[in-house]
Design a protein around this ligand. Structure first.
Ligand code: G
Ligand code: G
Ligand code: NA
Length: 256
């Protein structure tokens, strides 16, 4: 069986799941929200991350199906947590290039799901890779992000600093947040250059009124540098690995 056929089957058999990784406010230590990360509980190969299947799906209709699944599952989860008084403020959902380039389809989906689960638009953030902006549909993509922003859904520019023309994207697209790519964070202790670049991104975000999230925080030393540099939020193994939705209430109880 080829991978596409397997994914199609996997979706039908409910083998896909969403894991959640907390995003921490570095000033108050509070949990600001969770990033939703798709996983595939493969019948023979075990738990798969997108690295194992997303390349094969890029720009294929199935990728839109998985995207729609993740949005529905994570917003449904947020509704359930809210009903149980589990204090999760928002979920960050990754949006693929094909979802973004589908035009109004994405905003229609988002609006419909927020209504379905009776959630206000600020409970959802979208994470967008710079590579999603490439191609000849940049104007349409900019329109969709503007529409969503006007509706109240904020987007974050993901893996910031690694893409082509990062600064142009900040100007052209209506994003309210920046996530500093973990390649800059991982060398924060030893490498002067990473420290300078990270601080420049933090300051840039602050001056533009954007919240800045550092990705891939793994050590206390990195955390200290980020706190001293006045970075808004952090995410990474130091705080927690991505976990199944069922473990989130326990995590929050221990965190406080
Ligand atoms: O934990 P991790 O291996 O899940 O994530 C690997 C990459 O896949 C990350 O860059 C992440 O942004 C991306 N990713 C994770 N979940 C999703 C998803 O639901 N949709 C899309 N488009 N990308 C995702
Ligand atoms: O921003 P992006 O969606 O690319 O980030 C999510 C990916 O990063 C997922 O694959 C997640 O499992 C991974 N990740 C999260 N925290 C850490 C970390 O502290 N270190 C490393 N190496 N990867 C991380
Ligand atoms: Na992301």
């Amino acid at each position: 069986v080829n991978l596409l056929e397997e994914v199609r089957l996997g979706l039908r058999r409910d083998e896909f799941d969403v894991y959640y990784q907390p995003i921490i406010d570095l000033r108050t230590s509070e949990v600001r929200g969770f990033e939703a990360l798709v996983r595939w509980q493969h019948p023979t190969r075990g738990l798969l991350t997108p690295a194992a299947f997303s390349a094969a799906l890029e720009d294929h209709a199935l990728s839109a199906k998985i995207g729609a699944f993740v949005l529905d599952r994570s917003l449904g989860q947020l509704r359930q947590w809210t009903n149980q008084s589990i204090p999760v403020l928002c979920v960050n959902v990754n949006i693929s290039r094909s979802q973004l380039q589908s035009g109004d389809e994405l905003s229609r989906q988002v609006v419909a799901l927020l209504k379905k689960y009776d959630l206000s638009p600020d409970r959802l953030k979208l994470e967008i890779l710079e590579s999603a902006f490439l191609g000849d549909r940049a104007d349409a993509v900019a329109d969709v992000l503007r529409q969503l922003r006007q509706f109240g859904v904020i987007s974050a520019l993901d893996d910031f600093g690694t893409g082509y023309a990062s600064l142009t994207h900040l100007k052209t697209f209506d994003v309210g947040r920046i996530k500093i790519d973990r390649s800059f964070i991982s060398g924060l202790e030893e490498q002067q250059s990473n420290r300078v670049i990270t601080q420049a991104i933090i300051d840039l975000g602050a001056n533009l009124g954007m919240r800045v999230v550092a990705e891939g925080v793994e050590t206390l030393e990195q955390l200290k540098v980020l706190v001293a540099g006045n970075c808004d939020c952090g995410q990474g193994y130091l705080f927690s690995r991505p976990m199944p939705g069922g473990e989130v209430p326990g995590f929050l109880a221990r965190w406080r």
